[in-house]
Design a protein around this ligand. Sequence first.
Ligand SMILES: Cc1cc2nc3c(=O)[nH]c(=O)nc-3n(C[C@H](O)[C@H](O)[C@H](O)COP(=O)(O)O)c2cc1C
Length: 357
Amino acid sequence: MKPVNIAELEPLARERISEDAWEYFVGGAEDEYSVAENLEAYRRIKLRPRVVADVPERDLSVTVLGQKLSLPLLLAPTSHQRMAHPDAEIATLRAAGAAGTIATLGTGNHFSVEEVRAAAPYPFWFQMYCYENRAVTERIIRRAEAAGAGALVLTVDATFPPRRERHIRRSFRLPPEVELRNLIGIGLQDHLLQPEHGGMQAFIATLRPFLLTWDEIDWMRSVTSTPILLKGVMTAEDALLAVEHGIDGVIVSNHGGRQIDGTLATIDALPEIAEAVAGRIAVLLDGGIRRGTDVLKALALGANAVLIGRPYVWGLSIDGEAGVRMVIEMFRDEIYSAMTQLGVADVKRISRSLVQR
Ligand SMILES: Cc1cc2nc3c(=O)[nH]c(=O)nc-3n(C[C@H](O)[C@H](O)[C@H](O)COP(=O)(O)O)c2cc1C
């Protein structure tokens, strides 16, 4: 049967991929409270429809960091998409580009940023980390920029290996067909990144000895004029520091519940952050977005746009590029339908009065 919503994609994806891959994609840290909470929190936020409203047209477009998107939804970075589909990030960027939105490529991709861009000539952002060796970090920045990255997404919530017990229990290792091509030839110990050495463990180990500081973020700011977003900000305090340090935007995120368990749901962290930032820099959010109404709730509480992770990985698992496109179009249809029934003509003009918490 044809899936009619995002939730129905998960079991279909599971049938098509290995048990290891499914556990890798679905998993979160420890008791997975944050994974569940990201979803649950949307149910506690209620919509306030305006009826008999004059909405002859619905405008779903937004501009984020100067880049126009056809809908307020982007694709978050997810590692090891090759476990979902052989076309991996190439399929993902093609689907996003054709749909008029942006996919975030990432350090943990199978295909290098150059390979993806050559096969999918569409706007993209690039997710990265800071390494102890600044020369390594700078090489990554230059490669992403040369390939045309519209923004650098610095992940700030993954400086320590998470306790993902599903993965620990299975001694999860990357299958041999999954590579980390962005990390080859940039000054890391390449041989450790090969699958026979456990690939992902080595990938995580590349980050381990290094705890990120604001000094390092200042350095990164000083070596690039490409917009920088910090991904993984969960408090007003850190969002204000991001503003002070010349950062262009924050992504309110708990890494889909995959890093530290027991955080607030991202949608519950959003209001204090949006209030503190007060429009000075972009505020995006990810985690638990599964419905068009979730997107509108996030916009009402202060996000400029949202990102999805697992939903498009399920689409990719089911049908490659067409599957990712199907996911984006499901969201577009649901957003359109909800806007019409809520009396919202333009997603850019959604205000807090759309919701009650
Ligand atoms: C399989 C998988 C791999 C991910 N890999 C990364 C990564 O390498 N870097 C990163 O910053 N976030 C990564 N994330 C987190 C996502 O960017 C995003 O924050 C999260 O998936 C959003 O939650 P959602 O899956 O509920 O939509 C990953 C998420 C998943 C599900």
